[in-house]
Structure formats: C-alpha cells, structure tokens
Design a protein around this ligand. Structure first.
Ligand code: HEM
Length: 758
C-alpha cells in the first residue's frame, strides 16, 4: 500500500500548496479559526459543510475491517446542506422547544429536543487516567532501510512511507490543565504499517519512576492532586508526590530529569522521545538484537525557563497545543529522526554493567551511539480533536513482525494495562474500529458484537476450525507474515515477588546525569528542587528529599538545603565513580530557528522597516507577530499591516525573541486599572509604554535575544538594557539586526548573559 502512493505524503504536498496560496493571499499567520472568513451577517443561502482548513485532515477512510472505503475524507462527517436529526430527517427549527403555546410548558413529544439534549448529556467520555492533556498531529514516517539488518518490520524498509498519528501529552494534569507545567511529556506514535498497527508509546524522559508496573497506581496516586481537596492540579510540587519518590528511591533518576529543563519543554517540536524499555528486534533470518528507541528532534532539545513556564500557564494555557498546530499550519513541519541504540541479545541482558531490563537506567550514547533508522514528519493537524486526539488508543502491545518485547517488569505490566483501560475509557471492546484507531489493512479477527459494534459481520462461524464459513479465516505462518513471538528462553526459576539485585542501584545514574549537566542546567535543577520542596508542608518530607539529594551530589544537596533553610545531611551511599555523558546536556549546540516566534514591537512609525523585517522573518521560516499599542491595521492600502498583538494582550512569554522597531510612549490604557501588568508608579514617569518595558525586562532575564534599531534603541535604554549586553543586537538596518537575532536563536537562549554560581 503505502510503498507506492502514500495518502499522507499527498496530503502534505497539498498542504504546502495551500500554504503557498494562503501566503500569496496575505493570510500567512497561523491561527485563522475557519477555512473561510465569516461574513458580517448570518449566511442564509444553503450550502454544504466547508472543507477542512488547509493544514487539517482526518483519519484515513478505512472500514472497521480495514478496507479502503473510497470515501473522500471531507465527506466522512457531516454532509448535505440542511440541518437534520441523527436519522437524516430535515429540521425547520432548532432554537425553540415544542411547547403548548409560546408561553406554555415543553412537550415530552419533542423528539428533536430530547435527541439533541440526550446526545449532549453524553458528549464527554472519561478522560485518560494519566496523560489526559494532549495534542496530536498526522504525519508520515519514512524508513531509511538501515534497520533491515536488525528487524524485518516492513515499515523500517528503505524509503517505505507509513502514515502515522502522534499524540504528545502531560502526565499528571486533567484534560483542561495548562500545557507548560513541570511534568514528563508523553510521546506516543501510531504507525499504520502494511503489517498492522505498531504503537511506540514513549515519553520525553528516557527512564521511569518505578521498576515494576505493580507500583504504577501508587506513583500516580501520589502525583495526582490530594484526594481530600483535589489540589494541586497538574504538578508534582506537593507532599504526596515527594513522599512517594523519597520513599521509593528508584524514582530518583526520573525525578531528577523532571527537575531539569526537560520537565518544561519549549515546544513539543523540541523534545526528544524515548521508548524507555529495551525492546527486541528480529531480522529476516531470525537473528535478534536488543534496542532502545530514541526520537531526535531536528530543532534540537529546547526548554522554557521556570518563570516563563509559570506565566504561560496563565497567559496561554494552550501554549504547546497552539505551537504545534500553528507550526504545522504554517508549513514548518516538525521532524524527528527515529534511532536505536543496539545491544547484543545475551542471556544476562546487561550492557557495560547496565541492566537493560531496568527502566530506571539509560545507556549513555557515548557507550552505544544512536543509529538513525527513519524520519518522522508531522504535516497535518487533526480536523476534530475529539474524534482523533481524544479517541486515539495507544497500546505497547500493538506490535508488528520484527519487533518484540523483553521481560522488563514495567513493560510486562503495561502490556496488560493499556487494553484494559481503553475498554473503560472508550466504552467497550470495539475501540479498534474508531476511525483513528483502524488499521489500514484487512482485519479478519473473529471478535464479534459488544458495545458500539460498527462492522456488519457476515458468516456464521466466527470460530476456528470451521467448515460452515469455508474454513475462513485461515492462519498465517512465518512465510505469510504471521507475528511469531521470539522463542526466548524462560530460565527455570521459583515464583517470587522480587527484583534482581542490579535493580538496587538507585543513585549512580542520577549522579551521572547531574555530572553531565552544564553549570546553567545545574542551577535550574537546584532551583527546581528548591521550588518544589518549598511547596511541601511536611518538614520530614523535605529532610528525606535532602537525604536523597546527598546521595546524588553534595553540592546539589547543599544548594537545595540552603534554599529550604535546613541543614544539608551527609550522603549514606558512597558517590559512584561515573563518567559524565555530554550527550545528556541540551546546551552548547546550534539548531535551526524554524518556526520560532518573533515579536516585532512598533510604535506605528517607520512602517517600511516593520514590513521589510516582517517579510524577512517569514523568509527565514519563522513566525512574525506585530505588536502595537492598539489593534487594527497599521498604514493604509495594500501595504497595510495587521496588528497581531496589542500591548494589553501581549506578554514576553509568547515570543522567542523581540525586535524593537520603535519606542512607543505610554498608551492611553497604560495604567493599573486598565491593564494589571502596569506598575502605575513607573508608568507616569517613563517615556516608553510600561508594557513594552515589562516585555523587555522579562525577555532579558529569560535569556531571549533582543534586537533594536533606530528609535527602538531608545526603548532598550529606557528598559535599562545595555545595547552591548550579551544577546542584544543593535544596528542601523532592521535586516542586519534580524540576522544577528536569528543567529542567537540558533543557541536557543543567551545563557552567557548570566554567570552561574554552581
Ligand atoms: C516507561 C513507562 C511508561 C511510559 C513511557 C508511558 C507512556 C504513556 C503515554 C505516552 C500515554 C499516553 C498515550 C496517549 O497519548 O493516548 C500513556 C497512557 C497511559 N499509560 Fe502509560 N506509560 C508508562 C508506564 C505505564 C505503566 C507502568 C502503566 C500501568 C501499569 C501505564 C498505564 C497507562 C494508562 C492506563 C494510560 C492511559 C491510556 C488511555 O487511556 O488511552 N503506563 N502512557
């Protein structure tokens, strides 16, 4: 199928064409709510549903049994020009209940009212018990062929294109919680391969809190809000979380990653992804290799700073969701390389002394380099959040020939859990028939009936062997594509509730991670622990956390203890002699600035410069947002510029860099009663609008690049930012300043503005 004409690739091409059309039409800033601009008056001429926006597509139109239906995607939801009931009967009114006279009681006979309200009453399904908050996109995976010697999976073959659906998520928060909380992020990928669906259900952190799935309900109960008051939402800064992770010291490694900048990603597009567990690949000759899966983002790994993350929770709780959708809409399709670390499949399943079955351990890339095996491109947004992002059901047990599991006890428990939870969340056992979950190849499974059955099965003999249905379905063999488990040896052993002794090492790898961080990253970690533990009520829990930190590193422990006002304890475990792994640091490299958001602050003067720099931002594949004192358009005629953000609505956290194209004086609404961001005392005496000064001071302390030219330099000075400070670009020409700012963005942030103490 997908080897030849891939529908996703075709959709991507179309999206790019549409984008170009949109750009020519002057509508290039993402975020337009509908595929057509609305008229001022309510339309009265009947017409069919509007097509999806150029950046959107839905699931492929396969039948519940995996056959291509041939139905155009845009026709799978609503159709026709007229409002109807669910049965297709046309309606003449949907705004008034059927009543006994205009002022009379509503009649029970009103079947339309009852159908509409009954359906509404059941619009919600239970949210995921974990990873409830997420955002997703369609895309395509292209195999490099380099994995062929490791795995016979067809989708890993050279140039094979496979449609995918990827859902990113936070773990702890409810569906409506904010995106930028400190948490692990889910990175779940559904590959619709020519041999069935394969799900790689990973996270942006390569280790997990626990070593055995039996503790999963416990760690989640501890991380979720306290059961009495149901607070705090979507965060780990509370007593039960720290109580658990300090009593189960196997959680130390994952917790340390969470307290690092990995816990507050800048964007889903700038996260690594990890399969966490060790998997087993099988090649065409039956040879096996143990592997760990890695997703490497083309844009590099980049994070928010903590204050920025907190402000964004209020300013734009949908920050990551919006960022992903806008980037795809703008044609800046995010990409990741899939890679594997490979290890010999030996009896003991250890590599360089690291237990490959322990999900709290990584294998440093310096010991086992990540070998690229394919490229993921996300190129279309879902057209309906509920139908696709909410109803998608991932499962680590969705495997294809060539990929098998290992005895990692966490993975073994997950193999049970996902199927089980989805029966409850998706209301029965037939969720594989939901359009987003359907495989793209024929299904003949002998599973019948059940809630929400949408397949109309034929035949009388859903059992095997049978003669009444002509013997169908027939079994496959190794030569006809059957999934055959690797006949791995199970050692003769006693039944026990125990873990291997190697699982007892809880501190050597946290120390390895800590020692691999740059001074700036270490400062962030110490600050994160201090923040989180300061929010705990119980001193005993803080003291216990310090005991854990002492076993990672004395300096880290001392820093956090000082912040908490508590004595730093001695280590109880001798510090492990470990080699740092520079690959774990996310600083020190240069990355493309594609899709980054550039705020262009204007006072409405010198619009030629604003126009030209805005175009230059677009040409550099970044997104310009014009920020002006009030909304509307700047200038007149065809050259007029739309204002995207007013000083009241803007906040520095939305931008990766700021360009000052002018020096706006305080606006009429620049006082505390109108805009709570304004400090009245300074508003009166400053020559520059205080909202602009706030944006500048935040951008500066969040390590963001700032550029200014002409009168913009005056605004910079008014904010007390020296024009020769690190990461500040000034000059005569807007375009030269932008070039410098783009170069600064290549390092993500300007960390040399600050001198780390650690
Ligand atoms: C390495 C460890 C783990 C990773 C990387 C992981 C990852 C994920 C991800 C990414 C999701 C969200 C899927 C989506 O976007 O729909 C998820 C959901 C979930 N996970 Fe895990 N998880 C891990 C461990 C576990 C364990 C040990 C259990 C239970 C024994 C578990 C149970 C669940 C459940 C119940 C859901 C909700 C699924 C749904 O409603 O669709 N997870 N997990």
């Amino acid at each position: 199928m997908s080897e030849k004409k891939n529908p996703v690739a075709a959709a991507a091409e179309k999206a790019v064409d549409k984008l170009q059309e949109a750009i020519q039409g002057g509508n290039e800033i993402p975020g337009v709510p509908a595929s057509e601009a609305p008229a001022l008056q309510e339309p009265t001429e009947p017409r069919g549903p509007l097509p999806p926006k150029h950046d959107q597509r839905g699931p492929e139109t396969y039948s519940p049994t995996g056959q291509l239906t041939g139905t155009a995607q845009k026709e799978v939801a609503q159709g026709g020009e007229r409002l109807t009931t669910a049965q297709g009967t046309r309606l003449y009114d949907t705004n008034h209940s059927l009543k006994a006279g205009p002022r009379g009681p509503v009649l029970l006979q009103d079947h339309h009212l009852r159908e509409k309200i009954t359906h509404f009453d059941h619009e919600r399904i239970p949210e995921r018990v974990v990873h409830a908050r997420g955002a997703a996109a369609h895309g395509v995976f292209q195999g490099y062929g380099s994995a062929a010697r490791l795995s016979k999976a067809a989708f890993l073959g050279k140039d094979v294109e496979t449609p995918v659906f990827v859902r990113f998520s936070t773990v702890l928060g409810s569906r409506g919680s904010a995106d930028t909380v400190r948490d692990t992020r889910g990175f779940a990928t559904k590959f619709y391969t020519s041999e069935g669906v394969f799900d790689l259900v990973g996270n942006n952190i390569p280790v997990f809190f626990i070593q055995d799935a039996i503790k999963f309900p416990d760690v989640i109960h501890a991380g979720k809000p306290h059961p009495d008051r149901e607070i705090p939402q979507a965060q780990s800064a509370h007593d039960t979380f720290w109580d658990f992770v300090t009593l189960h010291t196997e959680a130390t490694h994952h917790t340390l990653w969470n307290m690092s900048d990995r816990g507050i990603p800048r964007s889903y597009r700038m996260m690594e992804g990890f399969g966490v567990h060790t998997f087993r690949l099988v090649n065409a000759d039956g040879g096996t290799t143990l592997v760990k899966f890695h997703w490497k983002p083309k844009l590099g790994v980049h994070s928010l700073v903590w204050e920025e993350a907190q402000i964004t929770c209020g300013m734009d709780p949908d920050f990551h969701r919006r960022d992903l959708a806008d980037a795809i809409e703008a044609g800046a399709f995010p990409q990741w390389e899939l890679g594997v670390q490979t290890f010999p499949d030996t009896e003991e399943q250890m590599f360089e002394g690291i237990d490959l079955l322990d999900p709290t351990k990584i294998v440093p890339e310096e010991l086992a380099p990540v070998q690229p095996i394919g490229l993921l491109t996300l190129n279309a947004n879902p057209s309906n959040y509920f139908a696709e992002t909410e109803q998608v059901a991932f499962h680590v047990g969705h495997l294809v020939p060539g990929i098998d599991v290992t005895n990692d006890p966490l993975l073994q428990g997950r193999l049970f859990s996902y199927l089980d939870t989805q029966i409850s969340r998706l209301g029965g056992p037939n969720f594989a028939q939901l359009p987003i979950n359907r495989t793209h190849i024929p299904v003949n499974d002998m599973l019948r009936d059940g809630m929400h059955q949408t397949a109309v099965h034929r035949g009388v003999a859903p059992y095997r062997p049978n003669s009444l249905d002509g013997g169908c379905p027939f079994l496959a063999g190794a030569d006809t594509g059957a999934y055959i488990e690797v006949p791995a040896e199970v050692p003769a052993a006693r039944k026990v509730r125990e873990a291997p002794a190697s699982f007892d090492d809880h501190f050597s790898q946290p120390r390895l991670f800590w020692l691999s961080m740059t001074p700036t990253e270490r400062e962030h970690i110490a600050a994160a622990y201090t923040f989180e533990l300061s929010k705990c009520w119980e001193t005993a829990i803080k003291e216990r956390a310090l005991l854990v930190l002492a076993n990672i590193d004395a300096e880290l422990c001392a820093q956090v203890a000082a912040g908490l006002g508590l004595p730093a304890p001695e280590a109880t475990v001798r510090p492990a002699a470990v080699e740092p792994s520079p690959a774990l640091s996310q600083l020190g490299q240069t990355w493309p600035a594609d899709g980054r958001i550039i705020g262009i602050v204007t006072d409405g003067e010198d619009l030629d410069a604003v126009r030209s720099v805005r175009q230059a931002v677009l040409d550099a594949a970044m997104v310009p947002l014009v920020v002006a004192p009030v909304g509307g358009r700047l200038g007149t005629g065809a050259d007029a510029l739309d204002v995207q953000r007013t000083f009241t609505a803007a906040r520095s956290t939305e931008f990766d860099a700021l360009l000052l194209a002018g020096s706006p004086p305080p606006g009429a609404d620049a006082h505390g009663a109108r805009d709570a961001k304004v400090d009245d005392a300074t508003a009166q005496v400053r020559a520059v609008d205080p909202r602009v000064l706030l944006m500048l001071s935040e951008a500066y302390r969040h390590g963001k690049a700032i550029g200014a030219w002409a009168t913009g330099i005056t605004a910079l000075e008014a904010a007390g930012i020296p024009s020769d400070a690190p990461g500040v670009a000034t000059g005569d020409s807007a375009r030269t300043v932008l070039e410098n700012v783009t170069e600064l963005l290549g390092n993500h942030r300007v960390w040399d503005r600050f001198t780390p103490a650690l």
